[in-house]
Design a protein around this ligand. Structure first.
Ligand SMILES: Nc1ncnc2c1ncn2[C@@H]1O[C@H](COP(=O)(O)OP(=O)(O)OP(=O)(O)O)[C@@H](O)[C@H]1O
Length: 479
């Protein structure tokens, strides 16, 4: 079961091609190379890459002209440009023309890999079909493997809402606990919109520190702050005419909320350190797992921004409130993953099903999928017995004792630490504690995944770009 993505690297320098093959190993990545524009176009047509890495200077055609051709073939494939020193103005022109990002040669793998991962992630979101069930399919037992499931009234309302709002140009706010399917809904909204063949970009507002997020969204002028060596074009400029998905919007700081509100109200903004006002026409889809009513009540989320984003809201119910859907999804994922993992599977023992149905599922559909995969990996024989469930599963539910004690122990430690910091008068407890937990969590999961970013991001249930950005931001040593 691999989620390998294809990157087309176009450069006439064999060293760069070789370096990219080494840095992006199979089976997580599949690298296809081309040494000229001519080769690149045929590789693009036959290989359907997920993203393109393109040198601006090619022997037979300019990189800029090639971007244009690639965008004509498929405007949703992100193109990253490689430029030499002194060609940054051309790169900026390319960004305004729809390139995803650019890097300046020579570069270290650490510089380019996060950009490539972000491009591949964007491509996945823009192009992986979000399949919604029709009325007939909802009631049919045979489901396409990756169709979004749901027959309970709240999910039927979600599908209807998507149908109602996708083709309109309104902002949409998607609410729901973690793992309830907000990203799938965002993809469905984009893919069924009139902007579906225009640019789509996604930003995880929680994964990027405030200063970087500002420049990521609005761009900056050369010299506007230390380290701003070149002008940078932000997402609001690149996505002009397209769609921007702002994930984890509830984690945005008040300063950023104010800036976002202005661009939503006035459809214009300035780059950081710039004075020129730039017009933009971007459809915003935002999502959060935070309780925005509570955040508005305690003043951490601006209510005027909420009303602006909330032109239309889609609320995903938690899995534990979806009635019979839980049983149906459990059966569906057992069958699907057994096929993918090539495991024998015939039935789920009634006691196993009972334990699965009795669980609270705080991580919702993502947690359900993870538990089912782990159970299948442990299973021997065609009947899924309760002993195949991961150790500690359901430990926090009443009735289980050993797991409860150990989880109470570490939670007790955490409570003490929170009170210590409260007593110190800290005003950044939330972010500090999250950072401390992430430092330990990410370092341990990376270690147990052999420092494999893809495996660790799967286990953590976050994307590769988010993981890389957390590793960089928290300066976690993963070597
Ligand atoms: N109704 C559904 N039917 C089938 N699969 C679903 C459904 N909802 C979500 N999934 C699957 O569950 C997983 C988690 O979904 P997704 O990433 O969209 O959740 P999310 O709400 O965006 O999570 P987070 O808040 O953590 O970012 C994905 O693999 C997705 O395909």
């Amino acid at each position: 079961m691999t989620n390998s993505q294809t990157l087309l690297v176009i450069d006439d320098d064999p060293l760069i091609l070789q370096c990219m093959r080494l840095c992006l190993p199979e089976p997580d990545y599949h690298v296809v190379t081309a040494e000229s524009a001519g080769q690149a176009i045929s590789a693009f047509r036959s290989g359907q890459p997920d993203a393109v890495l393109l040198d601006i200077q090619l022997p037979d055609q300019s990189g800029l002209a090639l971007i244009h051709e690639i965008r004509e073939l498929d405007g949703r494939v992100p193109v990253i440009l490689m430029t030499g020193h002194g060609t940054s103005e051309t790169a900026i022109a390319a960004m305004s023309g729809g390139a995803f990002d650019y890097v300046t040669k020579p570069f270290e793998p650490d510089e380019i890999l996060p950009v490539i991962d972000a491009a591949l992630e964007t491509s996945r979101m823009a192009r992986k079909p979000a399949i919604l069930p029709s009325e007939k399919e909802r009631l049919s037992p045979e489901k396409p493997s990756d169709q979004m499931m749901g027959e309970c009234p709240a999910m039927v309302e979600v599908f209807r809402s998507i149908g109602r709002v996708a083709s309109r140009d309104t902002a949409v706010l998607i609410l729901g606990e973690t793992g309830t399917g907000k990203e799938v809904v965002a993809r469905a909204l984009y893919q069924h919109s009139s902007r579906h063949d225009h640019v789509f970009h996604a930003i995880n507002c929680a994964a990027i520190p405030e200063a970087l997020l500002e420049s990521e969204l609005f761009g900056h002028e050369k010299g506007s702050f230390t380290g701003a060596e070149q002008r940078r074009i932000g997402k609001f400029e690149i996505c002009n005419g397209g769609t921007l998905f702002l994930d984890e919007i509830g984690d945005m700081t008040p300063v950023m909320q104010t800036k976002l509100l202005r661009v939503l109200q006035e459809k214009e903004f300035e780059r950081v350190g710039g004075s020129k006002t730039i017009k933009t026409d971007v459809r915003i889809i935002a999502a959060t797992n935070r309780d925005l009513d509570a955040a508005m009540a305690d003043g951490s989320f601006r209510s005027d921004l909420f009303y602006r984003l909330n032109e239309f809201t889609i609320s995903l119910p938690p899995l534990r409130e979806r009635g019979q859907d839980l049983r149906k999804m459990t059966e569906h994922f057992f069958q699907l993953f057994a096929r993918q993992l090539k495991k024998d599977f015939v039935s789920i023992a009634p006691e196993t099903m009972q334990r699965l149905l009795g669980h609270d599922w705080p991580g919702n559909v993502r947690e359900l999928q993870g538990i089912i995969k782990q159970t299948l990996l442990k299973a021997s024989g065609p009947v899924i017995l309760p002993s195949f469930l991961p150790s500690g599963f359901g430990a926090a539910s009443p009735g289980s004792t050993a797991g409860e004690t150990s989880s109470q122990e570490w939670q007790g430690g955490l409570v003490k630490e929170i009170h210590r910091r409260l007593a110190e008068g800290s005003f950044t407890i939330g972010s500090d504690i999250h950072d401390d937990v992430d430092r330990i969590l990410i370092a341990e999961v990376m270690k147990s995944s052999g420092n494999n970013i893809s495996e660790a991001s799967n286990r953590l249930g976050i994307s590769r770009p988010t993981l890389r950005s957390r590793i960089n931001h928290l300066r976690i040593d993963v070597r």
